[in-house]
Design a protein around this ligand. Structure first.
Ligand SMILES: NC(=O)c1ccc[n+]([C@@H]2O[C@H](COP(=O)([O-])OP(=O)(O)OC[C@H]3O[C@@H](n4cnc5c(N)ncnc54)[C@H](OP(=O)(O)O)[C@@H]3O)[C@@H](O)[C@H]2O)c1
Length: 255
C-alpha cells in the first residue's frame, strides 16, 4: 500500500489512474478543481480517499495544497493535471500561454520543490505526465509542446540531481489518449491522418507498470516512440514528414 497524490484526478487519465491504483489498495490523495466531480470520483471508489480542491493556476490554491501535503507521507506524486488548446499559435491568447505554463510546468515544479524534503525522506517517486509532444515539437500545439519539453527537461535534470539521494523520477510520454482534452476537431484530424489514440485505461495500466518497474522514462505507442527518437537524432526527417501534413492540420486547426 502506498500513499499516492494524483493531480487532475477527475480528468480522463486521472480517473483511470485513480481507479487502477485504488484497485491495488493504495491510499490516494485526489486533487482537482471541480469539487462535485472530485466527490463523485471518491464515492465511486468507496469514499476511502482524501480529496483536495485546488486550481493549480492559482498560487493561493497551490500554497494551500502544499501546506496540506507537506504534513503527510507521500510515496508517489503524480503530476498529471494538464491543459492543452489545439490551434494556430497566432490564435492562442497570451492568457492561455501563461495558464498552460502554470498548470503544465510551474505547478509541478513548485509542488515538487516544496515537497522535496518529504519526498527525499520517504524515498518517493515523482511521476510527471508528459506527452510525445515533449519530444516532438508539433505544429498547432506550439505552446503545449513547449510546456511538455520544459517538463521533460525538468524531470531529467531532477532525476540526475537527486538519484543518489534515493528520489525516483519518471517521465511518461503518452501519444494521443481518448479523453476530453481532445475536442472533435482533434479527433477528426487524428482520424484523417491515421494518428492512433489509446484508451485512458490502457495508458494508466502502462504508467502503473512503469512505476512498479522503477523506470525513468517511458514513451507510449508505436511508431510515436520511434519518431521521438528520430526527432532527437535527425529532426530534418521528422520536419519533412510533418510539413507534408501541415495543410491538412491547418484545416482542422481553424475554429
Ligand atoms: N489526452 C491526450 O491526448 C494526452 C496525450 C498525452 C499526454 N496527455 C497528458 O495527460 C494528462 C492528463 O490529461 P487528460 O487526457 O486526462 O486530459 P483531461 O481529461 O482534460 O484532464 C486534465 C485534468 O487536468 C485538470 N486541470 C486542468 N487545468 C487545471 C487547473 N488550472 N488546476 C487544476 N487542475 C487542472 C483538469 O481539471 P478540470 O476537469 O477541472 O478541467 C483535469 O482533471 C495531462 O498532463 C496531458 O497533458 C494527454
Amino acid at each position: 500500500m502506498q500513499r499516492i497524490v494524483i493531480t487532475g484526478a477527475t480528468g480522463g487519465l486521472g480517473v483511470a489512474l485513480a481507479s487502477l491504483l485504488d484497485s491495488q489498495q493504495n491510499e490516494l490523495v485526489l486533487v482537482a478543481r471541480d469539487e462535485i466531480a472530485l466527490g463523485a470520483l471518491n464515492e465511486s471508489l468507496g469514499a476511502r480517499h482524501q480529496t483536495f480542491v485546488a486550481d493549480l493556476a492559482s498560487s493561493i490554491d497551490l500554497d494551500r495544497l502544499i501546506e496540506q501535503l507537506s504534513k503527510q507521507k507521500i510515496d508517489v506524486l503524480i503530476n498529471n493535471a494538464g491543459l492543452n488548446e489545439f490551434g494556430e499559435f497566432a490564435d492562442l491568447s497570451p492568457v492561455m500561454i501563461e495558464q498552460m505554463f502554470q498548470v503544465n510546468v510551474i505547478a509541478p515544479m513548485k509542488l515538487t520543490r516544496a515537497l522535496l524534503p518529504n519526498l527525499l525522506r520517504d524515498k518517493a517517486t515523482v511521476l510527471n505526465i508528459g506527452s510525445v509532444f515533449g519530444y516532438i515539437g508539433f505544429p498547432f500545439y506550439a505552446t503545449y509542446s513547449a510546456t511538455k519539453f520544459a517538463l521533460r527537461g525538468f524531470t531529467e535534470a531532477l532525476y540526475r540531481e537527486y538519484k543518489d539521494q534515493g528520489l525516483n523520477v519518471l517521465f511518461v510520454a503518452p501519444r494521443a489518449i481518448a479523453t476530453s482534452m481532445n475536442d472533435a476537431r482533434t479527433e477528426s484530424m487524428n482520424k484523417e491522418l491515421g494518428n492512433m489514440a489509446d484508451s485512458p485505461e490502457a495508458v494508466a495500466s502502462q504508467i502503473v507498470q512503469a512505476l512498479q518497474q522503477g523506470l525513468t522514462r517511458k514513451v507510449i505507442g508505436f511508431p510515436e516512440k520511434l519518431f521521438a527518437r528520430i526527432n532527437g537524432l535527425l529532426p530534418n526527417i521528422v520536419d519533412k514528414a510533418l510539413l507534408k501534413q501541415v495543410a491538412a492540420m491547418r484545416r482542422f486547426a481553424k475554429k
